[in-house]
Ligand binder design. Structure first.
Ligand code: C5P
Length: 439
């Protein structure tokens, strides 16, 4: 039997144990993948008519482990696989996709079966394979965890979702916000690929649209990219491609078009397209309202209205954060360093690092922010190119945090940690040495 089949059998076993629990506490992570995977598990319990309680956390640290010691039954989702202390707890199952080692509790984790959880399957994809519910949320989680374009087992989930009519895949401009951003914002604040002279320059984006003769409004309402007629879309894409070709960036021009996943059964708002949905969820989770994100996943209309407000706030904070990063990220040789203590909220420092990271740097970025209880929150991000050369930020964060009395981990491409504030200088030195050794 192939590794994939062994993993799928494992998923079935985990479902069986989950539904044998009487009233478990479902504990999930607070980012887009954590919320989508949490929602898959919760809605499966609801559908089955099973009792449960749920809680969303930022990290599974020692305090959390001690708190959960009293629980009889626990379901960890998008976390748990990285902390051996779960072995001390009562009945536990784990649905995770992070690097894992020494866990004795039953776990559905692609990493245990030679399937790369940082690229080929997210926690929500794993939760889908356990419960066979909500393939759309599985794709939202994958995209939220930067597993895009989808590959590996994510494509199996995608194919099932397409067959069920829950997901449709389009080949479209790869910019963010086709369905809900105004045209100017759509052009100005999408940087994959980065368009010289347009990205992060609203007035230039507006000029470009005007010169192309593309009206910004229709019947007094601002238009989105999805409102454009076919010939307008072609005009815009050709103009963007020309800028990239003129700047000698042929490879980037090819990246202009890519796969995008939409959800025909959901309303045509931010929950209609995977990328936009995942940002909406991040806005909820990272601004301390994961409960709203969960409800949005489960199609609660009132929660959606609240989520939109959080998204507005999230975007404003991201804009301010990226502006700060553009003048405060410094090249320390082995990595770019962004000291955003007391400036950028710990909930969004990771997202800002991801947005600030530039391919041409050839090194990762490490950002720091003020955390709770005299800790420092650390976030690191790398390019796909660096990962393909062997960089593993999850390993770096895990080892360095352990060394300095903190907790850390994550994926090769995106990882984080929290350490006591006074250890930050040693921590950064350790990172420099690690990156030199693994160069
Ligand atoms: O917080 P941030 O967005 O930087 O996290 C990136 C990744 O690192 C996430 O997958 C998260 O689960 C992981 N992480 C972790 N331990 C931490 C902080 C982040 O495993 N203390």
């Amino acid at each position: 039997m192939g590794e994939e089949n062994v993993f799928l059998d494992r998923c079935k076993e985990i479902q069986k144990i989950a539904f044998s629990f009487n009233n478990p506490l479902i504990v999930h992570h607070y980012d887009a993948d954590g919320l989508s995977s949490g929602a898959i598990v919760i809605s499966s319990f609801v559908k089955k008519g099973k009792k449960y309680r749920n809680e969303c956390i930022k990290k599974l640290d020692d305090d959390a482990i001690e708190k959960y010691a009293r629980e009889k039954e626990l379901v960890f989702v998008d976390l748990g696989g990285g902390n051996k202390r779960v072995n001390e707890l009562n009945d536990v199952i784990i649905i995770d996709h992070h690097q894992t080692d020494g866990i004795e509790k039953p776990q559905a984790n692609p990493m245990l079966h030679g399937i790369d959880g940082s690229d080929e399957l997210s926690a929500s994809g794993t939760a889908y394979l356990v419960f066979r519910e909500h393939p759309d949320l599985a794709i939202v989680g994958a995209v939220g965890d930067m597993q895009w374009p989808l590959c590996g087992m994510n494509r199996i989930v995608l194919a099932e979702g397409e067959t069920e009519g829950e997901i449709k895949t389009e080949n479209e401009i790869s910019f963010y916000g086709r369905y809900c951003r105004t045209l100017v914002q759509f052009l100005a604040y999408s940087d994959s690929p980065y368009i010289p002279g347009i990205s992060y320059r609203e007035e230039k984006a507006e000029d470009m649209l005007k010169k192309l003769g593309i009206p910004l409004e229709h019947n007094g309402k601002k238009r989105t990219y999805s409102d454009l007629k076919k010939d307008e879309k072609t005009l815009l894409i050709s103009a963007l491609a020309k800028i990239l070709v003129d700047a000698n960036q042929l490879k980037k021009a090819n990246e202009l078009i890519g796969e995008s996943h939409i959800f025909p059964k959901r309303p045509m708002n931010e929950t209609y397209e995977a990328n936009e949905f995942s940002t909406l969820l991040n806005a909820c989770g990272r601004h301390s309202r994961p409960d709203i994100g969960l409800k949005v996943c489960l199609q609660d209309q009132d929660a959606y209205i609240e989520a939109r407000e959080l998204l507005r706030l999230h975007r404003k904070m991201l804009r301010n954060g990226i502006e700060y990063a553009s003048s405060h990220a410094f090249n320390l040789g082995k990595f770019y360093f962004l000291d955003a203590r007391n400036v950028i909220d710990e909930g969004i420092i990771g997202t800002i690092c991801g947005m600030a990271l530039r391919q041409k740097w050839g090194v990762p970025i490490i950002g720091i922010s003020s955390g709770d209880k005299n800790t420092i929150k650390i976030s690191s991000r790398a390019t796909k190119d660096l990962i393909s050369k062997g960089l593993n930020l999850g390993d770096l964060m895990k080892k360095s945090a352990l060394e300095f009395g903190g907790v850390g981990g994550g994926h090769k491409i995106a990882a984080g940690a929290a350490i006591p504030s006074e250890r930050i200088n040693e921590f950064l030195l350790f990172c420099g040495e690690y990156l030199t050794k693994h160069d």
